[in-house]
Design a protein around this ligand. Structure first.
Ligand code: LHQ
Length: 256
């Protein structure tokens, strides 16, 4: 239920249950975890591109599974399916692009929002569908949404469950950019390839510094920047970046 390929240093992960708008069942959740482990383990993978097959990105939890008596059960779905996915994306020391090709609802929306660069097709939309069935936003939604768009908008969207069109999501700062439908696939992929060619260690340290900033004081953050910057400056890619600049040539980064 997912496909995983690597091209131009980028792992392309496609959620593939198009007849259900790529809603997640247990199998798909576990396969995505495995794919993300592969992304972490292989140094030749320098960026990740996550998208959906067909007309949706993901409709979140497959609701037929939660009523299946042989299904995993409510007590296991977050612990075993979504939390491990979101944690892997958040901790991955490589940039992850969410290429939201169509509707992203429930856990499907929040999975997209935990990625490092979130772009969407103009016809895509984001729905915090949880409230409509009596649930709370999960998969990191209550963490990411207020940080991305502010408390009030997060609160209203989480409660009302309104469908937010991509252009409005961009205006709110929920996502980075919207591309017209006809150029979306190419333009979003180009972003991932661009990131895959960049100094991977530096990007990973950037990801870490931004994440830490939400629970640190100003002085603690300055200290952290100092520590992480020294790590960045210890990479081969930093030396190459400076050298290439001085020699007025295009740098060739190795991701180390
Ligand atoms: C679906 C689904 C779906 C199954 C569309 N399941 N079939 C949950 C529970 C437990 C523990 C932890 O966490 C979670 C996390 C969550 O993600 S909760 C939220 C679950 N998701 C939803 O509540 C969203 C439900 N879907 C919708 O509201 C709509 O389908 C959206 C707004 C996503 C898209 O609407 P449309 O574009 O009008 O498409 P559609 O509704 O016609 O859907 C197309 C097909 O996909 C349809 O099947 P059919 O056989 O009639 O063609 C839907 O039944 C199926 N589908 N979402 N989550």
């Amino acid at each position: 239920s997912i496909t995983f390929t690597v091209e131009q240093r980028v792992a392309r992960i496609t959620l593939e249950r198009p007849s259900k708008l790529n809603a997640f069942n247990r199998e798909m959740a576990l396969e995505l975890q495995e794919a993300l482990d592969e992304c972490a383990a292989r140094p030749s993978i320098r960026a990740v591109y996550l998208t959906g097959a067909g007309k949706g990105f993901s409709a979140g939890q497959d609701l037929s599974e939660v009523v299946d008596p042989h299904g995993p059960g409510m007590d296991r779905i977050l612990k075993e399916h979504y939390n491990p996915i979101v944690r892997r994306i958040f901790r991955l020391a490589k940039p992850v692009v969410a290429a939201v090709n169509g509707v992203a609802a429930g856990a499907g929306a929040n999975l997209a929002l935990c990625c490092d660069v979130v772009v969407a097709a103009a016809s895509a939309s984001f729905v915090q569908a949880f409230s409509k069935i009596g649930l709370i936003p999960d998969s990191g939604g209550t963490y990411f949404l207020p940080r991305l768009i502010g408390w009030q908008r997060a609160s209203a969207l989480a409660m009302l469950g309104d469908k937010v069109p991509a252009a409005e999501a961009e205006r709110m700062g929920m996502i980075y950019k919207v591309f017209a439908d006809d150029v979306f696939a190419e333009a979003s992929w180009a972003l991932a390839v661009q990131l895959g060619d960049m100094p991977t260690r530096g990007l990973a340290l950037t990801k870490e510094a931004l994440q830490q900033s939400f629970h640190q004081t100003f002085e603690e953050q300055l200290h952290l920047e100092d520590i992480l910057q020294q790590q960045a400056a210890g990479t081969e890619d930093y030396r190459e970046g400076v050298q290439a600049f001085l020699e007025k040539r295009t740098p060739v980064f190795k991701g180390q």
